[in-house]
Ligand binder design. Structure first.
Ligand SMILES: [Zn+2]
Length: 62
């Protein structure tokens, strides 16, 4: 499990850290690290990571 900070906000609490279930394939969902709300599909996250990489993205093992 990784926790990543993205240039995205949780639609529920506005938090910008998300849990990334890296060991799952297909249908894996990213969840908010603060409230665990469903956020987005892993494919969307990949796009977000690419976009966020130009701005602010901190990745750390959790
Ligand atoms: Zn949240």
């Amino acid at each position: 499990m990784m926790t990543v900070t993205l240039n995205l906000d949780c639609s529920v609490c506005g938090h910008d850290r998300f849990r990334l279930p890296i060991k799952q394939k297909g249908g894996a969902h990213v969840t908010c690290a603060n409230c665990s709300a469903y956020k987005c599909q892993i494919r969307d996250l990949e796009k977000a990571l690419i976009a966020a990489g130009r701005h602010r993205t901190a990745v750390s093992a959790a």
